[in-house]
Write a new protein. Structure first.
Length: 251
């Protein structure tokens, strides 16, 4: 599942290819915005906010959220366009295709911030404020830690992978109350460090070992041995919200 670092990286790639260029094609394949045509206008900037991505073109802002399966494909043509495409942008030889996007809307550029006004401090953004993020996290002490970390209103950018990994490195079960965390500031700072170190990678790493199969502590490792103590990793849930934990290292 795309998380804040993936969206940040995606924005960086789109910015590299599109910023400063004039659109020669704009094909929006969402019925509500199908008549929108930004052809002839320049892409001013591309930025991310948590898991949200904005492409600002003239007075408009293309707002997307990848959700579970979405992605942006960008490069010199031909970049494949099929039935899953929700938007196709071209600037000369460059083509960017938004595929299976969970959210795609065209907003007034001056008001696009309203779409993300509810978010907490962005772990990879210029507004990152660890003190505020820690205060948000501690505001509901009885809330399960995993649930609080996934709440984008607390801090923006953490998805299921980082949630599981952060619970492991903090030594707490995802179901433990937030009050069990002795130092919320340290935990949110660790979250920032994880995403920051992975912002240029498509395959994230939290262990410090980038070799294939050794990048993560617990996520996706159900039934395998814990890298610290050797205990079998437990897992529960299906679909998007699968939880992994070590019953020995996490209490």
């Amino acid at each position: 599942m795309p998380e804040g670092d993936t969206v940040w990286h995606t924005a960086a790639v789109l910015r590299e290819h599109l910023a400063g260029r004039t659109l020669t094609r704009c094909d929006v394949r969402v019925p509500r915005y199908a008549t929108v045509d930004l052809t002839g206008q320049a892409v001013d900037e591309v930025l991310s906010r948590g898991k949200h991505l904005f492409i600002r073109v003239g007075r408009a802002s293309i707002h997307s959220h990848l959700k579970m399966d979405g992605s942006w494909r960008v490069g010199d043509r031909p970049v494949r366009v099929d039935h899953r495409a929700r938007i196709v942008l071209e600037a000369g030889s460059v083509r960017a295709v938004g595929v299976d996007l969970g959210v795609l809307e065209i907003l007034d550029r001056d008001r696009d911030g309203d779409a993300v006004a509810h978010l907490g401090p962005d772990l990879l953004g210029p507004d990152w404020d660890p003190a505020l993020a820690a205060a948000n996290l501690a505001a509901q002490p009885d809330r399960p830690l995993g649930q609080a970390l996934l709440d984008q209103r607390v801090l923006a950018g953490i998805g299921n992978v980082y949630c599981n990994e952060l619970c492991f490195v903090s030594g707490h079960l995802p179901t433990a109350p937030v009050s069990a965390v002795a130092d919320p500031h340290r935990l949110v700072s660790r979250a920032r460090e994880m995403l920051w170190q992975n912002r240029f990678r498509w395959n994230r790493c939290t262990t410090g070992d980038t070799r294939r199969g050794r990048q993560l502590w617990v996520y996706g490792r159900g039934g395998q041995s814990c890298r610290r103590c050797g205990t079998r990793i437990c897992y529960a849930g299906t679909g998007e919200r699968v939880t992994y934990w070590c019953p020995s290292c996490q209490r």
